[in-house]
Design a protein around this ligand. Structure first.
Ligand SMILES: [Zn+2]
Length: 304
């Protein structure tokens, strides 16, 4: 009976959707960063949509029926990988029943496999213990050099799925790379004052940003990625901040602010809230704009 019920539900959900014959490729992405890069590479040949919003914590999305319908129709699914979507993507893929976008198929692209990941953990650390970065740090899109790697991998896959537009995909990826490389020179110049500076982050998400701009993340407000700070962990951090010259705390907009306010009151540390993704603020719609904004905020930060 349950099976029959499920069959009817699927029938209702999916048979009203007509499948286009000569349409642009339907690309679904797990984040707005992926969507922005895919849009830059795919141009008018693809129809891109992100399953989640850049204003939310990407570790903890919730699979909704509208997302199932989207994945069902997708020709290509782009994911961050490294366990970032582990809480919601596997059940979503199962419910969507789209064989084209299952792991291992040409319609599934895990971008983490194209990136030299930082923070790969040794030993027995697992997500079950609260650490959401058990497979290595998944926040790699926060290094524009990785954005270029992502664009190239996406171009390659689009070419595989849609060889007719090979030259456009190649040209767009080349243009993306050139543009990022040019911008990067300027961004680095603007953030020269942060060179070698020790910085605290709320969550272990800015290691890639630190790597490209030459500052050092020496500690996190979270005692472990995904674990909220406690009174004890905060007072330990205050001890460290009072003993060492650390002048800047960076964090995403979606984390609680009490802890950083408390640290700031106790030690005078400056807190900079950085958009961590395309879509973190409504007017950040491109990958380049994301870094323009981050650099603008950091321009006058941490220089004490
Ligand atoms: Zn994380």
């Amino acid at each position: 009976m349950k099976t029959l019920f499920n069959t009817i539900i699927y029938f209702i959900l999916f048979t009203t959707i007509s499948y286009p014959v000569h349409a642009t490729l339907k690309v679904e992405t797990t984040t707005q960063d992926l969507a922005a890069i895919a849009r830059a590479v795919g141009g008018q040949h693809i129809d891109v949509h992100s399953l989640t919003l850049g204003s939310r914590d990407p570790h903890f999305a919730v699979a909704k029926p509208s997302m199932i319908r989207r994945v069902y129709r997708a020709d290509l699914l782009l994911v961050i990988g490294a366990d970032m979507e582990i809480g919601w993507l596997p059940p979503l893929l199962q419910s969507a029943r789209n064989s084209r976008v299952q792991p291992g198929e040409p319609g599934y692209l895990d971008l983490s496999l194209t990136i030299p990941l930082l923070g790969k953990l040794q030993g027995t650390v697992s997500r079950a213990m609260g650490d959401v970065h058990a497979k290595g740090n998944p926040h790699y899109w926060l290094d524009p050099r990785n954005g270029v790697r992502m664009a190239k991998a996406i171009a390659q896959r689009l070419i595989q799925l849609d060889p007719e537009h090979t030259s456009d995909y190649q040209a767009n990826a080349n243009h993306f790379e050139k543009n990022i490389n040019t911008k990067l020179i300027g961004w680095r110049k603007t953030l020269r004052h942060l060179n070698d500076k020790p910085v605290i982050a709320y969550h272990a998400s800015f290691v890639y940003l630190a790597d490209v701009f030459g500052f050092k993340i020496v500690d996190e407000v979270e005692p472990k990625p995904g674990i909220a700070p406690s009174a004890a962990s905060l007072s330990k951090l205050i001890g460290r901040l009072k003993n060492e010259q650390i002048n800047l705390l960076i964090m995403e907009p979606y984390y609680e602010r009490q802890s950083s306010r408390y640290l700031s009151t106790e030690t005078g540390i400056e807190v900079a809230v950085l958009p961590q993704s395309v879509g973190a603020e409504e007017d950040i719609t491109t990958y380049v704009e994301l870094f323009n904004r981050i650099v603008k905020i950091l321009k006058n930060s941490g220089a004490k």
